[in-house]
Design a protein around this ligand. Structure first.
Ligand SMILES: OC[C@H]1O[C@H](O[C@H]2O[C@H](CO)[C@@H](O)[C@H](O)[C@H]2O)[C@H](O)[C@@H](O)[C@@H]1O
Length: 568
């Protein structure tokens, strides 16, 4: 018999937000396109990013009338003609837009960068904001039903390449870079766009597409607002943002995202990733269907689809972190895990809301969220902290719960080493605790995560992109920033060392390839990363942002070379 987790009762319980008919149609086109064009250079996402030249009904009629062979394919020529007659290319609904606040040589840009070569590179990256800035096309404004792209009110900054739309958590590091580039209006515009999603959908979407409405991403909106406020002092911006931040806090602390765990210290309220979807992800539907094809039972398939979409909500799509068996992606069990980083982001949200509310004189809200942050800090140390290891460990939920609460069991802490086990370092509540910090530092040094060219995502080489040997800009940034802010000199020194390794590898890869990359291989300085379900992407929003943020914080001395040979 099936385990309880696959029972109809449980499998059907979760919420589902349906996608529009346009997305369903584009998924049909995706299948025919793959059968007709073949796998070479084929990106599934391209097809759900197309926009229609005419209404959906007439496009569907023309599509159904195409002559098909027995396997459903259409001749390459006929399909090409049909696509060019009926669709605008993917990406044309976001048009290039010169950012209003872009200055090629901003005043006070990266004052600590003395080295000419590094400054030239930094200015190249600063220039990339122009390549990545877009606004929605007039066609999208007038005919939103013919686009999967969502019409956002302000200009956007996209990650790059196949990621043609704004992404939630990427935007935090893009904003960090924009702040270093003194592009405050562009940064505020991004936040206004994300807030418009909360107004319309109740949460910030994974990305600005109608196929992303059923999930969010790591919640960093409050961090964006807070950092912009610190640079600009704009209280009106804070006042306008606060209601959305409070609404978002509720989203992550209610419904299926919320889980109660009980231990000797009482009941603890925590959050998990939980997508409102149990079908294949439209942007990767054939990949998901193939993975689910090993399951005969429809409930098992639906269960897997929800786990896949929830892993996408985590931003770590995909990783052994969410898998019961690191060699088998179909064992994804994202919703059965309480993630350290998500709960840290919610603690940060509480601290940010409290600080922002205090700044605008709303002391009642400030106090309420400060209290909440104290409780959450205790919860994080109570559920995730493992003193023997000197790390915070993700927590596996058992299938059953008693009266809605799961009983805490030390055995359920995931003993595997992930960079996320160190994300609490980013938050003052943790980095200011010198005793705990010393333990964590020792643990980080011995973790196997610190490599020649940065911090590895994990120590498991699963072939998935959020695992060894890939290193990702956001992870480097959060850990380095926390270490740098700690009082401990050895933590500060480690921060500078990791930042320098990361800058070197980004620079050398840029010089070799001409591009900034989405992820890097931390084993080999100068190599970009790989693995996962799509080819490595360039551009790239968060990598650019983190380079600028590191250069702003640490600078680069005049006579220090930036290459792969580390000074002894
Ligand atoms: O198309 C597959 C998946 O792609 C996205 O995930 C990856 O890119 C995002 C943009 O840079 C990034 O935020 C995420 O961390 C990456 O893993 C997308 O977010 C997924 O939902 C999508 O299924």
């Amino acid at each position: 018999s099936l385990p309880e987790v696959f029972s109809p009762r449980l499998a059907d319980k979760g919420p589902v937000i349906p996608v529009p008919n346009l997305v369903k149609f584009l998924e049909r086109l995706q299948v025919v396109a793959l059968n007709s064009f073949g796998k070479l250079d084929f990106d599934l996402k391209y097809y759900v990013d197309l926009s229609l030249k005419f209404d959906l009904n007439s496009t569907q009629i023309a599509f159904d009338a195409l002559e098909r062979s027995s396997n459903g394919s259409v001749s390459v020529e006929n399909l090409r003609t049909f696509i060019s007659n009926y669709f605008h290319s993917a990406g044309t609904d976001l048009v290039y837009s010169n950012p209003v606040d872009f200055n090629p040589q901003p005043d006070g840009f990266l004052p600590k960068v003395e080295n000419v070569e590094v400054r030239t590179w930094a200015l190249d990256i600063h220039n990339f904001w122009k390549n990545l800035s877009r606004r929605v096309s007039d066609d999208l404004i007038h005919h939103p039903d013919t686009h999967t792209l969502l019409p956002l009110p302000e200009p956007v900054v996209v990650p790059g390449s196949r990621f043609r739309e704004i992404y939630y958590w990427d935007s935090y590091w893009i904003i960090r870079g924009l702040l270093a580039s003194k592009m405050y209006d562009t940064a505020k515009g991004i936040v206004i766009n994300l807030i418009s999603m909360i107004d319309e959908f109740g949460h910030v979407l994974n990305g600005a597409r109608s196929y992303y409405t059923n999930r969010s991403q790591p919640p960093l909106l409050s961090s964006m607002v807070y950092d912009i406020y610190l640079r600009t002092g704009d209280l009106e911006f804070v006042r306008n943002s606060l209601p959305a931040l409070i609404k978002e806090h509720k989203f992550w602390n209610s419904g299926f995202h919320s889980v109660t765990v009980q231990n000797g210290n009482g009941n603890h309220s925590l959050s998990r990733y939980y997508a409102m979807w149990n079908e294949p992800r439209p942007e990767s539907s054939l990949v998901d269907e193939k993975l689910a094809s090993k399951f005969a039972n429809n409930y098992e398939k639906k269960h897997l689809y929800r786990e896949i979409a929830s892993a996408a909500e985590s931003g770590w799509d995909f990783s052994s972190r969410w898998m019961r068996d690191s060699t088998d992606l179909s064992t994804l069990a994202t919703t059965s895990i309480l993630p350290v980083d998500l709960n840290v982001f919610i603690l940060k949200m509480e601290l940010d809301i409290s600080n922002l509310a205090r700044a605008v004189g709303d002391y009642c809200t400030a106090e309420h969220f400060f209290e909440a942050s104290l409780v959450r800090k205790k919860t994080i140390n109570s559920i995730f902290w493992n003193s023997e290891k000197g790390q915070w460990l993700d927590y596996w939920l058992d299938n059953g719960s008693y009266k809605g609460a799961h009983s805490w069991n030390a055995r359920n802490q995931n003993q595997n080493i992930y960079a996320s086990n160190f994300i609490p370092l980013w938050i003052e509540s943790f980095y200011s605790d010198s005793r705990q910090m010393k333990k964590v530092l020792k643990s980080l040094r011995n973790s196997g995560l610190l490599c020649n060219a940065g911090i590895a995502t994990s120590v498991i080489n699963s072939g998935e992109q959020w695992d060894f040997p890939n290193g990702w800009a956001p992870i480097q940034h959060m850990i380095v920033e926390g270490l740098a802010r700690s009082e401990l000199p050895e933590a500060k020194a480690l921060a500078a060392d990791i930042a320098a390794r990361w800058l070197r590898t980004n620079y050398v890869a840029y010089k070799h390839t001409g591009f900034m990359h989405e992820k890097y291989d931390v084993q080999k300085c100068g190599d970009f990363g790989g693995g996962g379900e799509y080819v490595p992407q360039t551009g790239f929003g968060w990598s650019n942002g983190v380079v600028l943020a590191f250069l702003e914080e640490f600078g680069w001395p005049k006579d220090q070379k930036i290459d792969c040979y580390l000074p002894s």
